[in-house]
Design a protein around this ligand. Structure first.
Ligand code: ADP
Ligand code: ZN
Ligand code: ZN
Length: 751
């Protein structure tokens, strides 16, 4: 047996592995993740290294492969744990070990230790104010700006002084000579929340909250480790429960990771946690530089913090003594990685919890179907919170049938009901949010007279219109031409759909010329901070109407919003994707949750061509159970996850022919293996369905051609076996050197 070993885990070249032989005496001690000592280089200097792979094939002359010298056994190091987790990710999702290691091991990029300079006011306010008066008289505008800002804030980053206040070095020096200010230098590895104040008061949990927190903490303190689920409507007080549990787990000397979607990591959230946990909590988010990010991991490893909050990557925080992992908004798509390894943070969290003996708590107002199924089956312990914690009531919801509007000659994007309510709100100076369901961009084709949607005759998904006028099914490759009239009612009003936010803004301005309008989408938020800027402008009531996509339905509370309009609720229903019903329910329930968060009652208008669709009916009443029962029946019928597991095998090549042939070859290989197995297989659950190969829905990106094969099976292990079989096969075949093949297990979107 041979082991692949990395001798320098903290460096950028994680891919540099060396092969060593494992002596018989150490055979059962050497596993992936084990820390070992090996002779290295010409002088055979002994170095420590980690095992990242095992194999029985020598990579070169076996005579010259040196043996592992010894196994280090002093406790399980955090690196060992993370390497084990990387191995699990590689094995479970089909990536290279190198990609998996890069995902889990925070790597220090070679950045110069940044030195941060700050300008601090040292004179007392009375003296400073006198100087300020004098500077104003003398019209020393630079000095005035700096002193005004310092009188307000006390201390400022030099960067802000230089770039935002446009105050030059000479001005700073001059004030320093006057004894008004000083320049402080701070070695950067800083706590991003250090300068905030910690407050002691926090809310008293209500009965439901207390019961849940007690149940979890009791079991934790008794050494019981399991997975919990809180299904609680928006505003029911889940976050308060999380904080209570965190406090108790930390008091046991353990550490906690809490995952939340980046979009929910607002200033308010940060402040809430900081004011409860002070310096012991840290946050990871995409605005941190590589160096700052590394600093946060380093603080965690050093025991300087107990709580790490952040999106997906926070899961790999190197806590030595992890005890609990919380995943808020567990259903969020952003927990699934889009690039290899295509892991799901929720599943990887369960694995990390298993490796470390931690418990896991999942929470959401709109659970994912897979998690809820596990909660119902008892695999997760389920708690329910069905009332809002504060005084806010649930909003009144109107479902508007857009087919009826057309019959009434209303061709505008605003139904009569929505228009009437918008006028009312503008009159009363209350705010409005208009939500456009962006998933519809995939371009499904529907009839505006009867609502008929063009669907594939073989699969229960909508066809997607392509530029050349063809309608294509992305699951099976079925193709037909775009009809001139609706096949159901004969109307000419059949067209592919997709109204952009920009277009909506234009129409709003035309219809309500007096209203102040803000738009939030990827165009308006692309610059740094654009997102926060728009939200805070709206919160400060600098606009009457906020138009946006998914982005506006999450995060902030706007107490003055009393009307939410969903312009075309079904745009997401017929994207060619088996999760579209789930996504629609989640988006609508969340959008509805935005109205009436404050003292004022809220109303919601959902405009749709499918008023009877279960996702829409259930979302209007925030009735998750009702939605779940319909959805799980559909998934079971169609063998979609979680009824069966699914893997997308994505084949890509620069050469069109190569991609097509490669996908055909892999398909044949799979079918051959399956036919072989089917003869002997007794277990019905192990039967694999092979679908494809078909062109991917975006069949060419950057001149790379893409094909896809879908595999479905009840047993995840079986799909893993096939993945491993394909990987071994492709390694041996020269032909596959020019193709890239990626695996996506239980994909959250179609290819
Ligand atoms: P969720 O995480 O379920 O959306 P939060 O924990 O954010 O809910 O609570 C929603 C609002 O209700 C917050 O403003 C929070 O401060 C408040 N809140 C939560 N629990 C209580 C409580 N026990 N007493 C008073 N207010 C509460
Ligand atoms: Zn089809
Ligand atoms: Zn029709």
């Amino acid at each position: 047996m041979y082991a692949d070993i990395i001798v320098d885990i903290s460096h950028e070249n994680l891919d540099k592995t060396y092969q060593y032989a494992i002596p018989d005496s150490l055979l059962n001690k050497v596993k992936v993740g084990t820390l070992v000592k090996v002779p290295f280089g010409k002088g055979n200097r002994f170095l420590k290294g980690y095992v990242v792979g095992l194999s029985d094939i020598p990579s070169w002359d076996p005579e010259r492969i040196k043996p592992v010298a010894e196994v280090e056994e002093k406790g399980l190091m955090i690196e060992s744990q993370l390497i084990q987790l990387a191995y699990w990710i590689k094995d479970n999702y089909g990536s290279t070990m190198n990609d998996a290691l890069k995902t889990v091991i925070p790597v220090k990029k070679k950045v110069k230790a940044k030195e941060k300079k700050q300008i601090e006011l040292v004179a007392d306010h009375r003296v400073a104010s006198q100087y300020l008066g004098e500077f104003r008289r003398k019209k020393y505008s630079g000095k005035v700006r700096l002193l005004e800002a310092l009188l307000e804030f006390g201390i400022l980053d030099q960067e802000i002084v230089k770039n935002k206040l446009s105050v030059g070095r000479e001005t700073v020096k001059s004030l320093e000579r006057d004894g008004l200010i000083r320049v402080v230098t701070e070695q950067l590895y800083r706590n991003p929340v250090k300068n905030l104040v910690q407050s002691v008061s926090h809310v008293r949990l209500n009965e439901t909250q207390q019961q849940i927190a007690d149940a979890v903490i009791n079991e934790y303190q008794n050494g019981i480790r399991k997975t919990y689920y809180i299904h609680g409507i928006t505003g029911s007080g889940k976050t308060e429960v999380y904080m209570e549990i965190i406090a108790k787990v930390v008091a046991e000397g353990k550490q906690v990771i809490m995952l939340i979607p980046e979009i929910s990591l607002t200033y308010q959230t940060v402040m809430r946690f900081y004011s409860r946990f002070g310096d012991r909590v840290s946050f990871l988010h995409s605005k941190l530089s590589g160096g700052e990010r590394y600093d946060q991991y380093f603080r965690a490893k050093n025991g300087e913090i107990d709580i790490m909050i952040g999106p997906r990557s926070a899961l790999f925080t190197p806590f030595q003594n992890l005890g609990f992992i919380i995943i808020d908004e567990e259903h969020e798509g952003s927990y699934k990685s889009e690039s290899p390894p295509k892991y799901h943070a929720r599943e990887a969290a369960l694995e990390r919890a298993r490796l470390t003996g931690s418990s896991v708590l999942l929470g959401s107002a709109t659970p994912s179907v897979e998690s809820y199924q596990k909660a119902l089956s008892g695999e997760y312990k389920l708690f329910t919170m069905d009332k809002r914690a504060g005084h806010a009531k649930l909003p009144k919801v109107w479902i508007v049938d857009l087919r009826e509007e057309l019959k009434k000659q209303n061709k505008s994007i605003f139904s009569y009901k929505l228009k009437e309510l918008m006028e009312d709100r503008l009159l009363h100076k209350q705010q409005i949010m208009l939500f456009l369901n962006r998933r519809g961009y995939a371009g499904f084709v529907s009839c505006r007279s009867c609502g008929h949607v063009m669907k594939c005759p073989h699969c229960d998904v909508s066809l997607t219109s392509h530029n050349n006028g063809a309608l294509i099914c992305h699951y099976c490759g079925y193709e037909e031409v775009m009809p001139k009239a609706c096949p159901s009612c004969g109307s000419k009003f059949i067209a592919s759909f997709g109204t952009g936010t920009q277009k909506v803004e234009e129409l709003v301005r035309r219809e309500f010329p007096m209203a102040r309008v803000l738009r939030m989408d990827t165009d308006t938020t692309s610059k740094k901070g654009g997102h926060e800027e728009i939200l805070s402008a709206f919160k400060n009531q600098e606009a009457d109407i906020l138009i946006g996509t998914q982005m506006i339905v999450k995060g902030h509370d706007f107490p003055n919003v009393t009307l939410v309009g969903v312009l075309a609720a079904d745009l997401s229903l017929f994207s060619s994707d088996y999760r579209s019903g789930e996504r629609t329910f989640q988006l609508l329930a969340q959008a509805a949750g935005r109205a009436g968060r404050g003292e004022l009652d809220g109303e919601v208008v959902i405009q749709t061509y499918q008023p009877e669709h279960y996702s829409i009916v259930a979302a209007a009443t925030e009735n998750y159970q009702q939605f779940y029962e319909q959805e799980i029946a559909y998934r079971t019928l169609m063998s979609y996850p979680p009824a069966e597991h699914m893997v997308a095998v994505m084949i890509a090549s620069k050469e069109e022919e190569k991609a097509r042939i490669a996908s055909k070859v892999l398909y044949n290989r799979l079918e051959y293996t399956q036919n072989d197995a089917a003869d002997t297989e007794q277990n019905k659950d192990a039967i694999v369905k092979i679908i494809g190969p078909v062109k991917a829905s975006v069949s060419k990106i950057n001149d790379i051609y893409r094909w896809v094969i879908y595999l479905k099976c009840k047993e995840y292990e079986k799909l893993k076996e096939l993945k491993n079989m394909l990987q071994v096969y492709m390694e041996q075949e020269e032909f596959f050197k020019k193709c890239s093949v990626q695996f996506d297990f239980d994909p959250i979107h179609s290819y």
